[in-house]
Design a protein around this ligand. Structure first.
Ligand code: G6P
Length: 367
C-alpha cells in the first residue's frame, strides 16, 4: 500500500485529522463558493423529475444515507426510503420509474449494495451512487456518480469517507431543493455559505481531542454504552455506537432519544454511560427531557452539545463536550468528529488493533 501513516499512530487517527481538508475538496466539487450556488454541472440529474428516492447502503454508509434522508425530506421535500442493502435487495419493494435509486459506498464493491444497485437497474430505475473509489464496480454501473474526494481510506472503521458522504448528501439536498423550487436564491446562498464553513468548524472540533482522550479513559473501563440523539443526531447515535463497538469491542447501542422509554431505560444504572448528542436545535428541549429520565435513574451522562445547549441544560453530567454554535445543517458532520475521537481513543486505551479490528473487513465483497 502506497499510503503512509505519516506522524500518526494509526491510519484511523490520520484519517480523522484529514477531514477538514478532504471535506473541503469534496464540497468544492458540488458548490461554487464564490457565487454561493450549487454547481449544476456536478449534479447532472434533474431532481424535479424525481418523485422519490430509494436509497440503500451498508454499515457506516447506511447511517450517512439515513442523515441524508432528513435533509432531502426537509429541504427538498423529497421523500426518501432507505434500508440496509441486505434487506433492500430481497424486499421486493414497489419501485416507481420516477424514483431515483441512490447508493452510498466508500469502496463501491460491497456485495449487498452492488446487488441492490443491479436489482434497481433491472427495474429500469436511474442509478446514482455516492462513492469514494472512482474505478469501482458500482461507479462503473451507475448512471450518475457522485464522488467523495476523501482519498484512500485504510482504517477499517470509516471516518473521513463518512463525513465526505454527508458533505455530498447535504450538497445534493440543496441542489434538489433548488431544482424543485423549495428554496429561493437567497436560501440557496445561505445554505451554501453554511456548508462552506464545515472545514473551519471541523478544525475546531479536532481541537477537543485532549478532552476526548480524557473521557475515553473512563469509557475504556465500562462494559456497555448507550448513545442517544433525535433528528439528524439519531443516525449519529447509531454511528457512534457502531464506531465504538467496531474498534474497542465495548458493547454499545444507539437509540432515538424518544425511544428510551420503550426499552433501553431498563438498562440504565451508574455503570452504563449514556452519550447524548444534542446540539441546540429544534429537538434540543425534547432530548433534554429524555436526559432527565436518565439522570433520575442514576445514569451517567456524557453530553455533546454547543454553547447554547450547555448554557440551557441544567443537568448534572459526567462530562460535557462543548462545540461552538453552528448552523443546523452542518451539525451532524461536525458532531461526527468527537464521536470518532471517542471511539478511537477508547480503542487505544483498550489496546485493540484499531486499524484492523478482529473479524471485520474494510470491504465486504461476499454476501
Ligand atoms: C464494512 C466496513 C465499514 C463500511 C461498510 C460498508 O463493514 O468495515 O466501515 O461502512 O463495510 O462499506 P462501503 O465500502 O460500501 O461503504
Amino acid at each position: 500500500f502506497l499510503v503512509s501513516k505519516g506522524n500518526h499512530r494509526h491510519f484511523m487517527e490520520k484519517e480523522i485529522h484529514e477531514q477538514p481538508e478532504v471535506i473541503s475538496h469534496t464540497l468544492a466539487n458540488y458548490l461554487d463558493f464564490a457565487k454561493g450556488t450549487v454547481r449544476t454541472d456536478a449534479t447532472p440529474l434533474d431532481f424535479s423529475k424525481v418523485d422519490r428516492i430509494a436509497a440503500s447502503a451498508c454499515g457506516t454508509a447506511f447511517y450517512a444515507g439515513l442523515i441524508g434522508k432528513y435533509w432531502f425530506e426537509r429541504i427538498a421535500r423529497l421523500p426518501v426510503d432507505i434500508d440496509v442493502a441486505s434487506e433492500f435487495r430481497y424486499r421486493e419493494m414497489p419501485l416507481s420509474k420516477d424514483s431515483l435509486a441512490l447508493f452510498v459506498s466508500q469502496s463501491g464493491e460491497t456485495a449487498d449494495t452492488l446487488a441492490s444497485l443491479r436489482y434497481c437497474k433491472q427495474q429500469g430505475l436511474k442509478i446514482g451512487t455516492i462513492v469514494n473509489v472512482r474505478e469501482s464496480t458500482m461507479a462503473r454501473e451507475s448512471n450518475t456518480v457522485f464522488p467523495t474526494l476523501a482519498g484512500p481510506e485504510v482504517g477499517v472503521a470509516s471516518t473521513k469517507a463518512f463525513t465526505c458522504q454527508l458533505a455530498v448528501l447535504a450538497s445534493l439536498a440543496v441542489a434538489a431543493a433548488k431544482m424543485r423550487g423549495t428554496i429561493d436564491e437567497q436560501e440557496e446562498r445561505q445554505l451554501v455559505r453554511e456548508l462552506s464553513e464545515i472545514p473551519r468548524y471541523a478544525n475546531h472540533a479536532l481541537r477537543l481531542e485532549e478532552q476526548m482522550e480524557t473521557i475515553s479513559r473512563d469509557l475504556s473501563q465500562v462494559k456497555h454504552v448507550l448513545y442517544l440523539g433525535r433528528g439528524t443526531s439519531y443516525p449519529l447515535a447509531l454511528e457512534g455506537a457502531l464506531k465504538l463497538k467496531e474498534i474497542s469491542y465495548i458493547h454499545a447501542e444507539g437509540y432515538a432519544a424518544g425511544e428510551l422509554k420503550h426499552g433501553p431505560i431498563a438498562l440504565i444504572d451508574e455503570s452504563m454511560p449514556v452519550i447524548v448528542i444534542a446540539p441546540y436545535d429544534h429537538w434540543f428541549e425534547k432530548t433534554v427531557s429524555n436526559m432527565q429520565e436518565v439522570a433520575a435513574r442514576g445514569g451517567k451522562i456524557i453530553l455533546i452539545t454547543d454553547e447554547k445547549g450547555a448554557a440551557a441544560s441544567t443537568l448534572n453530567t459526567m462530562h460535557t463536550i462543548v462545540l461552538p454554535d453552528m448552523p443546523e445543517i452542518i451539525a451532524p458532520i461536525i458532531y461526527a468528529l468527537p464521536i470518532q475521537m471517542l471511539a478511537y481513543h477508547t480503542a487505544v486505551f483498550m489496546g485493540t488493533d484499531v486499524d484492523q479490528p478482529r473479524n471485520l473487513a474494510k470491504s465486504v465483497t461476499v454476501e
